[in-house]
Every structure is written in C-alpha cells, then in structure tokens.
Design a protein around this ligand. Structure first.
Ligand code: SAH
Length: 286
C-alpha cells in the first residue's frame, strides 16, 4: 500500500502490524474528536470494520486502498450478529491484515468493545485498545452541559435504556440509581423514555427535575431539547429529535443556560450567568 497522506504530529506513534486488531473509539461524531492514535490507525489499516455511528467524514480519511466493512445497524434492522462481527475480526487478523475496528464514542462504553476484544484475545489475536470520547460526556459538553459540577453532583451514572437483547429499563433499580446519583446520563433511552420517566418519578425525583436530550451531538445536525421530567414526553413528541440521542437528567442541565458555547459562538448572549443561583461569581467558593 502507498503511503497515506494523512499526517500526524511529530512523535513516536505505534505501528499497526499485520495480524493485529486495533479497537478504536471514533468519538461521538465531530471528526475533530478523534484521537491521534485513532488517526494513526486510519493511516495504516488494510481493513476498517466500522459501526453506524462512525461519521462518514472520518472514513474518508482512510487510506484509499483500505477495505471498508460496515458492521452495524441500519434502518432499525437488527444488527449484524455480535458473534459474526467478532469472528470476522478474528478471520481478518488471521489472514494477516492490519485491522482497524472503529466504533462510535468509546469502544468500552455500551459498545460491546469488551466482548470483541475478549473474543480476539481468546483466539490468540493481538489487540490494542484506543479509547474515544463517549457521547455521554463529549456530546453533553457540546451542548454546554458538564456531567459533573461541584454545586450539583459528586457522582454521575451512565445508564443504558436498551441493549440488543431488549429493554432494560424495567429491570433497572431506579430507586438506587436515583439515590446514588444527582446526574444520570442515559444512552439508548429514547425508545423507552416513558419507562425512564416513570422510573425516576417513582423513585422520588421531582417533576421539575431538569432534563436535556441531545441528539446527533457534536454533528452539524445536533439538536438539544431542554425540558423536565414532568414535561419531557410531550416535548419529545413535539420535537423532531432523531437518533442517536443522549438523555441527561439532573441540575447540571441548568448550566447550559450559561455554557451553551455554540449559541455564544453564533453571537447570542448567555441566557443566565448564574443558573444554579449561587449568588456569587463562579470563582468564589466559600
Ligand atoms: N460507545 C458509544 C455508545 C454506543 S451505544 C459511546 O461511547 O458514545 C449508542 C448510543 O450512544 C446511542 O443510542 C445514543 O444514546 C448514544 N450516542 C452515540 N453517539 C451519539 C451522538 N452523536 N449524539 C447523541 N447520542 C449519541
């Protein structure tokens, strides 16, 4: 294969060797959120096995000779079977290819990356793991929502509303989740938004609890819905929020009133410089 034209900052970057699989996160969408290690992998890979959530622009950076294999969901159809994807990676590696497995966000956050890596290692394939920016952190940051804030929460909980085996919102211990965590970040939650709302209200969270829904976060189509537990279902019904979307529950959502940096970039004024009502400048603690 000819040299890739994609350049890297000066440094001693690792070589993707034949027979190896690098399992890399691609971040939530904006190609600028790829890591240097992931870009280094794109430069070298013979084969790229990618998910639905990997932005098309990122794939355009691949070596022109690289084979690109799609392994994900499309149009709501069931995804390629996990076992098939994992074994395909094994086969590609055993055929001596330099394999990049590229997954949306972080490969180890609700992405089955752990299973794929385990299968590879069980089959004696060498693996490198490259973390990525997860949608539940980076996607919310693009919406101006910090997942932790000293005046709001000492813990944040990442929750999945759904997995390939079906709905998990009924089996989640909403009382425990609600008690333990001021802020909940829910992946794959839109389909089961009613169950999520009921679970949290049943656990004693208030109807006024702030909720944000961020869809297609970090992409040019990003949409943010600011709502509350009480009104979220109506608001979702009245807003076109396409998948994928993250649901964030908790008072850190209020911080968007001051931290919506994309609105500031568009020339809008901050809506509220003190949305948590501290009554003093942020730099003054006690
Ligand atoms: N490994 C990924 C998560 C995969 S699960 C990560 O770390 O981000 C898929 C879910 O992630 C989606 O249903 C959605 O809840 C969330 N998600 C991924 N990309 C997103 C984006 N750009 N905007 C909003 N949510 C996103």
């Amino acid at each position: 294969m000819e040299e890739s034209t994609l350049s890297l900052p000066t440094g001693n970057w690792p070589t993707l060797k034949p027979g190896w699989v690098w399992l890399c996160g691609a971040g939530p969408g904006d190609p600028g959120l790829m890591t240097v290690h992931a870009i280094n992998a794109l430069r070298q890979a013979d084969v790229i096995v990618y998910d639905a959530l990997v932005a098309p622009e990122i794939l355009e950076w691949a070596h022109p000779d690289a084979e690109k294999i799609y392994a994900g969901k499309r149009g709501g159809k069931p995804s390629a079977k996990q076992a098939d994807i994992s074994l395909q990676l094994v086969d590609l590696a055993k055929a001596g290819k330099r394999v990049l497995r590229l997954k949306g966000g972080d490969p180890f956050v609700f992405g089955r990356g752990g299973e794929e890596a385990q299968t590879l290692i069980q089959h004696g394939v060498n693996v490198r793991i490259v973390p990525g920016i997860s949608a539940g952190i980076g996607g919310l940051a693009y919406a101006g929502i910090p997942v932790t804030h000293r005046d709001v929460n000492q813990a944040v909980t990442f929750v999945t509303g759904h997995d390939q085996t079906g709905e998990v919102t009924k089996t989640l211990d909403w009382d425990a989740l609600s008690r333990a965590s001021g802020v909940l970040v829910i992946y794959m939650g839109m389909k089961h938004a009613p169950a999520i709302r009921d679970g949290l209200l049943g656990a004693g969270r208030s109807v006024d609890e702030p909720v944000a829904i961020v869809s297609q976060a970090t992409t040019p189509d990003q949409k943010v819905l600011e709502t509350t537990l009480g009104t979220m279902l109506d608001d979702i019904a009245n807003t076109e929020m396409g998948p994928p979307a993250i649901i964030c529950v908790g008072r850190s959502v209020l911080m968007r009133q001051v931290l919506d940096w994309q609105a500031l970039e568009r020339g809008e004024a901050p809506r509220n410089l003190d949305p948590l009502g501290r009554g003093k400048p942020a730099e003054e603690r006690n």
